[in-house]
Design a protein around this ligand. Structure first.
Ligand SMILES: Nc1ncnc2c1ncn2[C@@H]1O[C@H](COP(=O)(O)OP(=O)(O)OP(=O)(O)O)[C@@H](O)[C@H]1O
Length: 450
């Protein structure tokens, strides 16, 4: 992390890590009438993270502030990279906001000169690096607890097509209660970034944790590269030091106090050949990993996510700038990906209600959901095969008669992740395609009264 000083607004910065908010309204700036801004919690290469509190609720939040002037002052290539990183960070965090081990984005605010990412406050705010720094390696039991949380978060990222690409202990925040939160999605790769060969080509990430194929820079599979970084982190946690002096030689020695099953797992993760390297599914079957494993408890409520333009009368709103671009592109992307919208869908069927319900029940059953019939026109579906790894999903289904023989089948997400809901609907649509009315084969005469 390059500790570059960011000019202007950061007059309250004192770089304290004691993140307990102590609302001191007289001593703070107010952002968009919503947040009291306090002191700096940390500095990154492109942004400053400040402690803030919600004006209405008093709840603490962390706000990552990007300064356009600071970004614009950089060389052209660096400037472009920083802007792209900011857009990706917002997109990725937005897609990942129901996982308890990912720092949750609350909203994005922007003025013409600054972008503010409002995030959950990780009280304590220390990183895993700080923690390792204070030990000469931790017990396997403690390392396993962190590794469980890291793998669950990374698996979730991958399930949403997000590759972190910069997993290292300084990007893993630790809350005071020991909960690990993956942060800093600025290097993230989203699915559209893979080239035609399906591989990523930018060499990102902290060197000690970077997979050899990333360093060689001849194209790499993002998920496998993230898995390698997790392995290097696990090694560091237990050994108290990183595994390699020369990653390209991929030669490392596990200290003698490592258990045999940990050595076996680490050797499978730090396999220099990405095609034979362990997969996420195999990690979830691994003996060392599965000891005392408890699936994460996903946030079950739906979070709303907002993008706000703050009216800042001191600023020249006519200048076309970064903020406008980000505002537009992120909003567009959110809409394209249906992150805010499409929490419900419907289709029309000419089949009898019983057949429709039986069909949905069959598909939902195959997908591992529990189906409850509420009455002959309504049902609810809960759980799913992915519930342990990707969160709990609950769907409410209502069938109404439009005009004989047509029925409207409405599927509404009651709880859970939008992408999982989309996945469920995709299966229903594929499996019941014969049930779905695709066009006006016969005229519907709703005016007739018999
Ligand atoms: N949600 C949060 N709660 C508490 N502290 C935080 C939070 N997010 C970040 N911090 C603090 O701010 C520091 C910098 O944050 P972050 O790593 O996101 O910045 P960055 O500019 O992306 O850094 P980098 O230079 O590594 O890319 C962190 O190391 C941490 O101490």
């Amino acid at each position: 992390m390059e500790n570059e000083k960011i000019p202007s607004v950061y007059e309250h910065g004192s770089c304290s890590r004691s993140a307990e908010p102590e609302p001191r309204p007289n001593d703070s700036r107010i952002l968009g009438r919503k947040y009291h801004l306090y002191w700096a919690l940390g500095f990154g290469s492109s942004a400053i993270v400040k402690l803030a509190s919600d004006v209405t609720t008093g709840h603490g939040v962390a706000i990552k502030i990007f300064d356009k002037e600071f970004i614009d002052g950089k060389k052209k290539s660096v400037k472009k990279r920083m802007k792209i990183a900011l857009e990706r960070e917002i997109s990725a965090m937005t897609m990942l906001r129901s996982h308890p081990n990912v720092v949750r984005i609350i909203e994005v605010m922007a003025t013409t000169t600054r972008v503010y990412i409002v995030m959950e406050l990780v009280v304590g705010g220390a990183t895993l690096l700080d923690k390792i720094g204070r030990t000469s390696g931790m017990s396997e039991t403690q390392a396993r607890q962190y590794f469980h949380q890291l793998i669950c978060a990374v698996d979730y990222c991958h399930s949403r097509g997000v590759i972190h690409r910069d997993l290292n202990p300084s990007n893993l925040l630790l809350a005071a209660d020991g909960v690990l939160k993956v942060s800093d999605f600025g290097m993230t790769a989203l699915p559209q970034q893979a080239r035609q060969d399906g591989l990523l080509h930018s060499a990102c990430g902290a060197l000690d944790y970077k997979a050899p194929e990333v360093i060689r820079n001849r194209g790499y599979e993002g998920e496998k590269a993230d898995i390698w970084s997790c392995g290097a982190i696990l090694f560091h946690l237990v050994a108290g030091d990183v595994p390699f002096t020369n990653i390209l030689q991929a030669d490392f020695i596990c200290p003698s106090f490592f258990s045999a099953s940990l050595v076996a797992l680490i050797r499978r993760i730090l396999d220099p050949n990405p095609t034979t390297r362990i997969t996420m599914n195999e990690i979830f079957e691994n003996e060392w990993f599965m000891e005392n494993y408890e699936p994460p408890r996903f946030y079950r409520q739906n979070f709303t996510f907002a993008l706000d333009m703050i009216n800042d009368s001191n600023l020249d709103v006519n200048v076309p700038n970064l903020v406008h671009r980000i505002h537009k592109s992120v909003l567009l992307r959110c809409m394209e990906q249906g992150l805010q919208h499409h929490q419900e869908t419907s289709f029309i069927s000419q089949n009898p209600v019983d057949e429709i319900i039986d069909g949905i029940e069959r598909v939902a059953g195959i997908m591992g959901f529990d189906v409850k019939r509420i009455n002959s026109f309504r049902m609810s579906i809960e759980g799913g095969a992915n519930a342990r790894r990707k969160g709990h999903l609950a769907i409410f289904i209502k069938i109404s008669e439009i005009a004989q023989p047509f029925h409207m089948v409405e599927l509404r997400k009651a709880e859970g992740d939008v992408l999982e809901f989309h996945n469920f609907c995709k299966h229903i649509y594929a499996a019941l395609s014969d049930f779905i009315w695709k066009g006006r084969a016969e005229p519907i005469d709703t005016e007739t009264d018999g």
